[in-house]
Design a protein around this ligand. Structure first.
Ligand SMILES: C[S@@+](CC[C@H](N)C(=O)[O-])C[C@H]1O[C@@H](n2cnc3c(N)ncnc32)[C@H](O)[C@@H]1O
Length: 464
């Protein structure tokens, strides 16, 4: 269990000051039901926590931890319920059962305590009360037969890799050698990686600050620091003061490789929550940045981040709530020296941060997203000045959104010249998620490439 989990970890009766496991299970189960009906897990958790009027300050965090852990075993949980229940349970009962089973798999508490708390949670819900006896019997049955049940279920690849069959097949086709490693990395807990705000503190000084605070950390990129123990942002030294942001090391390359120069006009086309907007402002003086975001609610978060990081001390930043493809809403032709398009995508490169993703997507989403990405690329290209550069990035590992998208863009635009990325001969780079077991080598961290990162794709073009 990591520090964040320990802090949020619910109690089964003996833990002082922790929320009862039964309460956390009840909220997590309400969220799980919404998630299985198609809602993103974070939104489902927010809605469930709001509806539950939680009394304990850490109950929502505990419910999130339980639900995220379950999502990392979703296919196994479904397979176990199918084997343990003669007929499919009603959704509220199936949800509670799934989370109770996930807690048994996690082995954070004694089995009998998890069964007791899940049954207590069942008894408190109007839609689960009548099934409390069934929940009790099913969980006990699982405890008796767990090794055989798990072994049998894991013969199925969807259970073994916790991803839908179409998702596995796509990865298998795209990466004949690496597909299983990608799927393994997708099931790991996500590493907590920070971007050091170069305007405020050097990486070495920040590492010393962490050492003084007794926190183990490793440099994993030019401005990237991996905190070995996950923790909430409030407990990260210097976070509130804007010394650091939470940002994957691969994603940190985007603003760095756009290579902005003092005084340039820059477009950040899909900007929320503003991590890269703020990073751009750190990398040169006097930039004029247009940050465009289609989602008004998410755009609010850009302002919060810019304020925390004091980004406006170094750049003029105009925020536009607009569809970036509707360029007349915010710009004229031939306006920008640099364009960053951090496009909406499947997010297939960051599944370990959002384990709900493979279960929310459909196979057909990939073609639809690729079409949206191409539309954005084509709309933005005329805004770039001659000799200006556009960097296209997505947090995806599917080639349709990455390498193939970049190839097609060049085919459509005769004035788009591929430019080699730093330390590369090609203008594109597909990063695959690095497993935690491949422990970063501190000696290699000063090189161009980060040593610990999510799945991320970058492509750089210059206008003739
Ligand atoms: C990958 S996220 C961007 C992350 C951001 N660049 C950062 O580093 O913090 C993609 C964002 O694009 C926004 N978006 C999607 N379609 C858009 C469009 N047509 N125009 C502008 N923004 C869009 C989404 O709402 C989402 O906030």
């Amino acid at each position: 269990m990591n520090a964040a989990q320990a802090a949020a970890g619910p109690s089964t009766g003996s833990g002082r000051g922790a929320p009862p496991l039964a309460d956390a299970l009840r909220v997590a189960a309400a969220a799980w039901q919404r998630f299985r009906a198609g809602a993103a897990l974070d939104r489902a958790l927010d809605a469930a926590a709001g509806a539950a009027a939680l009394r304990h300050p850490r109950a929502a965090a505990a419910a999130k931890d339980i639900a995220y852990h379950a999502a990392r075993h979703l296919a196994l949980l479904d397979a176990l319920i199918a084997r343990l229940a003669r007929t499919p349970p009603a959704p509220p009962v199936a949800a509670l059962l799934a989370l109770g089973l996930a807690q048994l798999l996690a082995q954070r508490h004694a089995g009998y305590a998890v069964v007791d708390q899940t049954v207590t949670a069942a008894k408190t819900g109007a839609d689960t009360r009548a099934a409390a006896g069934f929940v009790n019997a099913t969980l006990r049955n699982f405890l008796r037969r767990q090794s055989a049940l798990i072994e049998e279920a894991q013969r199925d690849d969807t259970v073994r890799y916790n991803a839908p069959r179409w998702w596995i097949e796509r990865l298998r086709r795209a990466y004949p050698a690496a597909w299983a490693a990608i799927l393994d990395a997708q099931r790991e807990p996500p590493p907590l990686v920070l971007r050091v705000n170069a305007r405020r503190i050097g990486v070495d000084d920040y590492l010393r600050q962490l050492e003084r605070a007794g926190l183990a950390a490793t440099r994993v990129g030019a401005t990237a620091v991996w905190l070995h123990e996950a923790r909430p942002v409030e407990a990260i030294p210097g976070f509130a003061e804007g010394l650091v942001s939470v940002q994957d090391a691969g994603s940190q390359l985007a603003a760095q490789w756009l290579a902005v120069r003092d005084g340039q006009r820059v477009l950040d086309a899909c900007a929320a929550p503003g991590g890269k907007t703020a990073q751009l402002a750190e990398l040169a003086d006097g930039l004029a940045i247009d940050a465009v975001e289609i989602d008004a609610q998410r755009a609010q978060r850009i302002e919060d981040n810019l304020a925390r990081l004091r980004a406006r001390e170094h750049a003029t930043i105009a925020l536009h709530v607009a569809d970036a493809a509707d360029t007349r809403a915010y710009a004229a032709e031939l306006r920008y020296d640099r364009i960053l398009l951090d496009a909406p995508c499947t997010a297939s490169g960051i599944v370990r941060r959002h384990p709900d993703i493979p279960w929310l997507r459909r196979d057909s989403d990939i073609a639809q997203l690729a079409t949206r990405q191409a539309r954005l690329l084509d709309a933005l290209w005329p805004l770039l000045k001659p000799a200006g550069r556009l960097l296209y990035v997505v947090c995806s590992v599917f080639p349709e959104e990455g390498a193939r998208q970049a190839e097609r863009f060049v085919e459509r635009h005769a004035d788009a010249r591929p430019v080699a990325l730093p330390g590369q001969t090609a203008n594109t780079l597909q990063l695959l998620p690095t497993p935690l077991a491949a422990a970063p080598n501190p000696a290699a961290a000063a090189s161009v490439h980060p040593t610990l990162h999510d799945g991320f794709f970058l492509a750089l073009f210059e206008k003739d």
